[in-house]
Design a protein around this ligand. Structure first.
Ligand SMILES: Cc1cc2nc3c(=O)[nH]c(=O)nc-3n(C[C@H](O)[C@H](O)[C@H](O)COP(=O)(O)OP(=O)(O)OC[C@H]3O[C@@H](n4cnc5c(N)ncnc54)[C@H](O)[C@@H]3O)c2cc1C
Length: 305
């Protein structure tokens, strides 16, 4: 029986492990892919404190993983499918996708969030053949090509800027009349002549034959429909929390975990940290802080049992 199971080995889960182990908890981390989370797909991070120069995402998160492992954290490969709680014994049972189970006295849910899909014709069909959710992974395939980025937040602007290393033109398509990103990113975009802002516009369909050839868009003010010739479409329109395994009564209407300032849910012994929680700002530094807070709260909870 473990003191604590941490679900997910992104920045939140790894930070929780670092704090949990140093507090003397007997814990494991359960991760469905490889450790690192979304940061593995981030080209460069320039807003995580402690680094004067931008640091590649994989390097930052590998350092977190190495730190957790050096302290003794065990990262187990597995996907959590359901989580149940016995209120009499106060024991959590995590059932994995392969049917196996692990039990613990407390849980930190840190399974993060996944990028949202557009849900338009062609998106699924051309996934991997011109439709992507990761510029860092696929940007290099678009050398001297034309791409479109859909979205208007920090991630969309960062990724559009990254794509200009390869693509000769990047349409930056957003449904509002201005981007909703940090000032520094908006200024960077405005001064980049490879980026073509396309505002008040929504995508209607992604078209092609064996690969993407064009994107049909509609201006929501004028209602004009245009077909943009593009070789690739990158989608960054928001996130869906990875919380389907959790009891519905700890989630809000968006599927995010409701926590208090100590990262406690309404179920004693169940904590949540990082991008999957309500009111999250979805940034690495905040996911790390959440993870540390959740581990300290778990320690407190276990000490009182
Ligand atoms: C393209 C991009 C660029 C970004 N750039 C920046 C930036 O410059 N600066 C910044 O601060 N933030 C940036 N972010 C946001 C940042 O990456 C996230 O805020 C941060 O990774 C959240 O950490 P997390 O640990 O909560 O979740 P995640 O990083 O999502 O990690 C969750 C982990 O849980 C695992 N998991 C999911 N479901 C299960 C399951 N059922 N069972 C087991 N494991 C599971 C996942 O595989 C993953 O490893 C960026 C995000 C993206 C997508």
């Amino acid at each position: 029986m473990k003191d604590l199971i941490i679900l997910g080995a992104g920045p939140a889960g790894l930070s929780a492990a670092i704090y949990g182990i140093r507090a003397g908890l007997n814990l494991i981390i359960l991760e469905k892919f490889s450790p690192g989370g979304q940061v593995m797909n981030t080209y460069e991070v320039e807003n995580y404190p402690g680094f004067a120069n931008p640091i590649p995402g994989w390097e930052l998160v590998s350092a977190m993983e190495n730190q957790a492992r050096r302290l003794g954290a065990e990262i187990i490969s597995g996907e959590i499918a359901t989580l149940s709680f016995d209120s009499r014994t106060k024991i959590f049972t995590a059932t994995l996708a392969d049917g196996s189970t692990v039990q613990a006295k407390s849980i930190i849910a840190a399974t993060g969030a996944s990028l949202k899909k557009l849900g338009i014709p062609g998106e699924e069909h051309f996934f991997g053949r011109g439709v992507s959710y990761c510029a860092t992974c696929d940007g290099a395939f678009y050398k001297d090509r034309v791409t479109a980025v859909i979205g208007g937040g920090n991630t969309a602007l960062e990724e559009a800027h990254f794509l200009t290393r390869f693509a000769r033109r990047v349409y930056l398509i957003h449904r509002r009349n201005q981007y909703r990103a940090d000032k520094i990113l908006k200024e960077r975009i405005a001064s980049d002549e490879k980026i073509v802002p396309v505002l008040e516009t929504i995508p209607l369909s992604i078209n092609g034959d064996t690969k993407v050839k064009s994107l049909t868009v509609k201006n929501i003010r004028t209602e004009q429909i245009t077909e943009l010739a593009v070789d690739g479409v990158f989608v960054f329109i928001g996130y869906i929390p990875n919380t389907s395994y959790l009891p519905k009564d700890v989630l809000n209407e968006k599927g995010e975990v409701i926590v208090d300032i100590h990262m406690r849910t309404k179920i004693p012994g169940l904590f949540a940290a990082g991008d999957l929680r309500s009111e999250s700002r979805r940034q690495i530094v905040m996911a790390c802080a959440d993870g540390a807070t959740a581990a300290m709260s778990a320690y407190e909870y276990l000490s009182q049992q």
